[in-house]
Design a protein around this ligand. Structure first.
Ligand SMILES: Nc1ncnc2c1ncn2[C@@H]1O[C@H](COP(=O)(O)OP(=O)(O)OP(=O)(O)O)[C@@H](O)[C@H]1O
Length: 759
């Protein structure tokens, strides 16, 4: 059989599969229209079919049941309409590209079966025309080569022979490429995919998942899975594909809201937001540590972001004090010390606030402390907060009662409008009828209005009590710092508090103390926690994560070489082991980089002292360019020249600066001549075309072409900035240009001259 004949046969099968899918789509469309019609009908005639009668208690119950039944009927129709819409969307994706692989497999003497693998399974009757990429049998495509293979089926390990492994590139129902492969996942297919251009959204990699990546995606045994991978080795991709896999594997018990992914910033969140929907799954909960923290701390303090902390350390001479404080507050030891401090507070020492009304103390902090410490030690602190809150609310009621007789209430009654008086009159009339006492009408009216006024004014205080605001967490935290007796720990925190800010290094200690005392914690419903860019987490952050999600399985992904703090003193892995225990913890290394051309990866790997471990996927491309300018004006000219050239060759060009300030400065000088967008805050979306952004916002992203704004000795001078320079350079897929203002950074000295072009 010739190659062409096979191609034709395969195209015929594609056509057949698509025709079946289209038939099903038609049927589904008709059904969904009719369900939609039914839902509309129910909505229009909702009250016609409901018996409404409130005369007797029994009638009320019947009315309620009747309304509920009708509402359920409507909800059921809407749900089933929603499902059909989802199914239609999946069918549309399959009709565009029904599958990407075929493996022929047989067990023993049985004839081989052709398994076609796509993003979702498709059945014609009970025949699988397409298998889901996450189905047990599909793993032989990712793990095996033609010959003996095995896979884990629900009923145990199945063994057999793979007779054929074929890959397809199908677009709009037409086979564009077809490869029979001998290696795990054929190079040609990867070449084809990696050669394409960057997008403002990340793409899924299900057609070309590599064997070592597949091990991570399908790992279900580890409680802590730690992935250390080189830049561009697919860590984020693997995390997202793993989420899709878990949702499939545990589809009866796991929902997307039970999975949370912590990512470096919102820009990145937006970048990855389409991968799961593209695979027919709902997105997991996506958040950033900052977002989580700000939500937890509440609006009274503005939480400083890691980026703001960095911006300071990047652009100003960082004081030794702050660095020292960051180190101490980020340690595991500090975490344990907070735990000890909380225990100490069982006996006394919690800082309360007076509860005031109209400037007067109505319940003093001493009274609150007495209430709090009347309980014995066996009452936990959170328990006591609950009990004290109840008591305070009761006390507040008494205070409110007394308040009703005060002159200010009389004064306010006079200012009320007619509507309120009428309401009071109606109330009084009812009471008079009931008590048969005509003379009390006026008193009742006054009583009603006074109660209303006081209740209204006390509403805020009630809320204040319910939110435990009578507890002064800021003062408590400062007291803890004071007790430690080191002034470096307290000085900047105090200044920040005065400005309404919580410093980044204070956030975890502060929240942990708050949580230990008040017991406020998120729900335990999260089953899987994913943390990307784990190298930027301090030990205390890791310990806090464990505390927050005690029953969850963790997947942590990172690259020590991309640490924004320079060489991390405490390896997150070592820390993770210490915090999570070694049991069921697994570490996996990804060493092959897929993002960049070989030329770029060879260059970037040399930047690292331990770069020898990094491997690359053979892909042609031009050598990186280091262009040296004689002064800052010349540097701008060079940036312009290269930016214009690169814009012609590629769809995404990123100009990456070290700090926000540097980006703003360069942007001002470019904006009249270049169509470029400045990205300077993390709550943005990635626009099309040319952008300029600071290093920390470029984390995790990739671009066809990258221009490093100033790889000179002035900007990247310290050894601790090596990993930052590595991070920014590894964002480039196809072209990399480093613009240098005068003296190149000495960090480049270690890179052999033949790996780049000097201009
Ligand atoms: N198996 C694969 N098949 C096709 N493309 C892949 C594969 N693995 C990774 N890639 C591609 O390589 C690029 C880098 O992947 P990803 O961003 O997941 O890597 P990363 O390890 O998280 O990178 P970094 O740490 O540098 O941010 C992406 O374009 C991704 O699509």
């Amino acid at each position: 059989m010739t190659q062409d004949k096979e191609w034709i046969q395969e195209q015929e099968r594609v056509d057949y599969t698509i025709s079946k899918m289209k038939e099903e789509k038609e049927t589904l469309l008709a059904r969904s229209k009719s369900v939609q019609g039914e839902a509309k009908e129910i909505r229009n005639t909702f009250w016609d079919d409901v018996t409404v009668n409130f005369d007797e208690p029994d009638d009320v119950i019947e009315t309620y049941a009747s309304v509920t039944q009708q509402a359920e009927l409507l909800a059921e129709r809407e749900r089933s309409y929603g499902h059909m819409e989802e199914e239609i969307k999946t069918l549309d994706r399959l009709i565009y590209s029904p599958y990407f692989a075929r493996v022929d497999f047989h067990e023993g003497e049985e004839p081989p079966e052709s398994i076609y693998i796509g993003i979702s399974s498709y059945l014609d009757g009970d025949e699988y025309l397409v298998y889901d990429w996450r189905a047990p049998i599909s793993s032989i495509y990712y793990d095996g080569v033609p010959g003996p293979v095995s896979y884990q089926a629900p009923d145990g390990v199945r063994e057999g022979i793979m007779d054929l492994k074929r890959q397809f590139l199908i677009r709009s129902g037409k086979i564009q490429a077809l490869f029979d492969t001998g290696v795990s996942i054929g190079d040609e297919m990867l070449q084809e995919i990696l050669g394409s251009q960057a997008d403002t959204h990340m793409k899924n990699i299900v057609a070309t998942i590599q064997k070592e990546q597949n091990q991570i995606i399908r790992n279900v045994s580890s409680n802590l899975l730690f992935v250390q991978g080189a830049a561009g080795s697919g860590k984020t991709s693997v995390a997202l594909q793993r989420i899709a896999y878990l949702l499939y594997r545990y589809r009866d018990s796991l929902h997307s809201e039970q999975i949370v992914l912590f990512s470096p910033n919102q820009l990145f969140n937006h970048y990855i937001s389409k991968v799961l929907p593209e695979l027919g799954e709902q997105n997991m909960v996506q958040t950033t540590f900052l977002e989580y923290t700000q939500h937890h701390v509440g609006p009274s303090l503005k939480v400083e972001s890691l980026l703001e902390q960095m911006e300071e350390s990047l652009t100003e001479e960082e004081t030794n004090e702050r660095a020292q404080s960051i180190e101490i507050k980020g340690s595991l030891r500090f975490f344990h010390e907070i735990g000890e401090y909380a225990k100490q507070l069982l006996k006394g020492g919690i800082v309360f606030r007076d509860i005031r009304f109209k400037g007067e103390v109505i319940i003093s902090k001493e009274e609150i402390a007495d209430l709090f410490y009347q309980y014995e030690d066996r009452y936990s602190l959170p328990n006591r907060f609950q009990l004290v809150t109840k008591q305070l609310l009761k006390r507040l009621q008494e205070v409110a009662k007394n308040e009703r007789k005060k002159p200010w209430v009389e004064e306010e009654i006079e200012l009320l409008d007619r509507k309120q008086f009428q309401e009071a009159y109606r109330y009084a009339a009812k009471r008079v009828r009931k008590d048969k006492d005509d003379f009390k009408g006026h008193d009742y009216e006054k009583e009603f209005l006074a109660k209303k006024i006081v209740n209204h004014r006390f509403r805020k205080i009630r809320k204040y009590i319910k939110q435990y605001r009578y507890f002064n967490i800021n003062a408590q935290y400062l007291q803890f710092l004071k007790q430690k007796g080191e002034s470096v720990l307290i000085k900047q925190t105090l200044t920040a508090f005065r400005n309404g800010t919580l410093l980044f290094e204070d956030t975890v200690p502060y929240m942990y103390l708050l949580d230990l005392l008040t017991g406020k914690k998120p729900s335990n419903s999260i089953k899987y926690v994913f943390i990307d860019e784990i190298q930027d987490y301090s030990p205390i952050q890791l310990a806090y994560m464990r505390f927050l999600f005690p029953y969850s399985k963790f997947t942590m992904l990172g690259d020590l070489n991309q640490s924004i703090f320079g060489s991390a003193t405490n390896s997150p892995l070592k820390m993770a082991h210490e915090i999570f225990g070694e049991e069921k913890a697994e570490i996996v290394y990804l060493t092959k980089s897929y993002r960049s051309t070989s030329a770029i990866t060879k260059f970037t790997k040399e930047l690292l002292p331990n770069g020898e471990k990094i491997d690359w996927f053979e892909r042609p491309g031009e050598l990186p360019i280091v262009t040296i300018a004689s002064n800052s004006g010349d540097a701008i000219e060079k940036i312009k020249k290269h930016a214009k050239m690169l814009a012609q060759k590629s769809s995404s060009v990123a100009l990456i600066g070290k700090s926000k300030r540097q980006c703003e400065k360069v942007y001002e000088q470019l904006k009249d001549e270049l169509d470029v967008t400045l990205i300077d805050k993390e709550y943005s979306e990635l626009p099309e075309g040319m952008i300029i952004l600071p290093s920390y916002l470029a984390k995790g992203l990739e671009f066809d072409s990258v221009i490093i704004l100033d790889a000179s000795n002035k900007t990247y001078a310290k050894e601790s900035e090596r990993t930052l320079l590595y991070t920014v350079c590894t964002r480039a897929m196809h072209h990399l240009v480093l613009v240098v203002n005068e003296q190149p950074s000495t960090l480049l000295d270690v890179v052999p001259k033949e790996l780049y072009v000097i201009e």
